[in-house]
Design a binder for this molecule. Structure first.
Ligand code: PEP
Ligand code: MN
Length: 262
């Protein structure tokens, strides 16, 4: 199994505190950051449920150029305002070079998306930063290629890397991608790097999210990242795979039970 030569500690420091050592972390939020009202509701829900990390897209990698491309800087400002109100850690994607600095300066964790997973110049740039990085697996990448992408970041000096399995493209048309539980088992058994699972983008449909979250926990994931919305049907992007608050409450409750068993 390929090694990650430059990382040997499962510990991510965010704003001076350490995460992913023992706790199973839940990262949740909308696919795209929407208006202030929706953000307030989401952040308030996260706070009430002791979820520490808010996700939300502002610069979005959309398949079609005619789809909503994200709210950009306005969205980042909304994210900042409500993450401060509810004392949450933020995670958003750095999509490209032009917007890189503005994203980096505002967010606590920089996400590198699936489509940029082998954008080596961007990986090197993010490797030079002090903030933690969540690196998503390219949907056409092998586990070894995924780990080499992480090496690009680590070799530049940034060892604060959270890997994210978000599903790979297979021949199966009934789901958006196929969640590769193998990679979660293999990475968690062999390497000292946190790996979180993203069932939302892996499945692409909300009816699979709950069970895939439990499967990810038992596969050895260090956390899950889920798209949530107070009214998923109305979400501005990825509504079909977005779950409501009640479903996430159920997932949290069950996982807490698993943690006690474990
Ligand atoms: C996302 O998490 O916002 C996203 C676009 O996911 P991915 O890069 O995995 O498609
Ligand atoms: Mn999405």
């Amino acid at each position: 199994f390929p090694k990650l030569s430059s990382i040997d500690e499962k510990k991510i420091s965010i704003k001076g505190k350490d995460y992913f050592i023992d706790d199973f972390e839940i990262i949740a939020g909308p696919c795209s950051i929407e208006d202030e009202q929706v953000m307030d509701e989401i952040c308030s829900f996260l706070k009430d449920n002791d979820i520490k990390i808010l996700r939300g897209g502002a610069f979005k990698p959309r398949t079609s150029p005619y789809s909503f491309q994200g709210g950009g800087i306005t969205s980042l400002e909304i994210m900042k305002k409500y993450s401060e109100k509810y004392d949450l850690i933020t995670l958003t994607e750095a999509l490209g070079f032009d917007s890189f600095e503005i994203v980096r300066d505002i967010t606590d964790i920089i996400q590198i998306g699936s489509r940029n997973s082998q954008n080596f110049e961007l990986l090197k740039l993010v490797g030079k930063q002090k903030k933690p990085v969540l690196l998503k697996r390219g949907f056409m990448n092998t586990i070894e290629e995924f780990l080499f992408s992480a090496e690009y970041i680590a070799s530049e000096g940034n060892k604060n890397i959270i890997l994210c399995e978000r599903g790979i493209r297979t021949f199966e048309p009934s789901t958006r991608n196929t969640l590769d539980l193998n990679s979660i088992v293999m990475i968690s058994q062999n390497l000292k790097v946190p790996i979180v699972s993203d069932p939302s983008h892996a499945a692409g449909r909300r009816d699979l999210i709950e069970k895939l979250s439990y499967s990810s926990f038992w596969a050895g994931a260090d956390g899950i990242m889920l798209e949530i919305h107070p009214n998923p049907e109305k979400a501005i992007s990825d509504g079909q795979q977005t779950i409501d608050f009640k479903t996430l409450e159920k997932i949290i409750k069950k996982i807490k039970g698993f943690e006690e068993q474990n």
